[in-house]
Design a protein around this ligand. Structure first.
Ligand SMILES: N[C@@H](CCC(=O)N[C@@H](CS)C(=O)NCC(=O)O)C(=O)O
Length: 233
């Protein structure tokens, strides 16, 4: 049995970063298959070679040699990848064992998978970049998304006691929100009111202890971008 995880540069692709981080952090062995990112277009039709939607991430689960059908299982949506890993690795903390924490983590993962369009649009992922956002220039939609992130992180940490979002173990919900931490790290907000609290959550509370690994992991282990040595500041 083997996993082949098709992703592209984790510097630009938050969707690639999520399952990669989860599998690394939980010691689920996989081969990283780096898909070439051609500039000039969002569409990457050549990715159809491994994904039915020509999207990354895409997980190929190569079954045991004695399986009669040698085609891999193909999972082409992040949330499906996470569910598949949870099902196949019940010993790993993909989702918490506690029922309440699990229900919360699942919902927060689904919310990130389906929403937060303004964060995606207006705080695009580029670990090495610095963007200055001035309060008057933050759109209503972005403000709403960021407030919701703040609310979610506060709720998770308070209800389940940290240091991770749904309790004592790193899991899918941490991996799903990690790119937001990275995005906050690269945006210099004016430290006022709720924005200040949000930055504090992003840079000290949420990244406390070994969360530092999570925030810097994308750089430390990045084999594709040139941004190394704490370039994310
Ligand atoms: N819903 C997908 C989103 C994946 C996604 O949008 N990936 C981007 C890269 S970050 C992509 O493959 N873009 C190519 C395209 O849209 O054709 C998931 O959850 O995995």
């Amino acid at each position: 049995m083997a996993y082949h995880l098709y992703i592209t540069s984790r510097n630009y692709s938050s969707w690639s970063f999520r399952p990669w981080l989860l599998m690394r952090q939980l010691d689920i062995p996989f081969q990283e298959k780096l898909a070439d990112l051609k500039s000039g277009s969002l569409r990457q039709p050549h990715w159809a070679a491994f994904s039915p939607l020509a999207h990354v991430p895409c997980l190929h689960h190569i079954l045991a040699d004695d399986d009669s059908d040698d085609a891999p299982l193909v999972l082409w949506e992040s949330i499906a990848i996470v569910d598949h890993l949870a099902e196949n690795h019940p010993d790993k903390s993909v989702y918490p064992t506690d029922k309440r924490a699990r229900a919360w983590a699942r919902s927060a993962v689904a919310e990130m998978h389906a929403g937060f369009g303004f964060i995606r649009e207006e705080m695009s992922m580029n670990i090495g970049m610095r963007i200055k956002l001035v309060p008057g220039e933050v759109s209503e939609g972005l403000e709403k998304d960021l407030k919701r992130v703040d609310q979610l992180w506060t709720e998770g940490l308070e209800r389940f006691g940290g240091p991770w979002l749904a309790g004592t173990e790193f899991g899918a919900v941490d991996a799903f929100y990690a790119p937001v931490v990275l995005r906050l790290q690269v945006c210099f907000f004016l430290l006022l009111g709720w924005i200040g609290r949000l930055c504090a959550a992003g840079s000290s509370r949420y990244t406390n202890k070994d969360c530092v690994y999570m925030v810097r992991g994308g750089l430390g282990y990045c084999s594709t971008c040139n941004l190394r040595g704490g370039a994310c500041g």
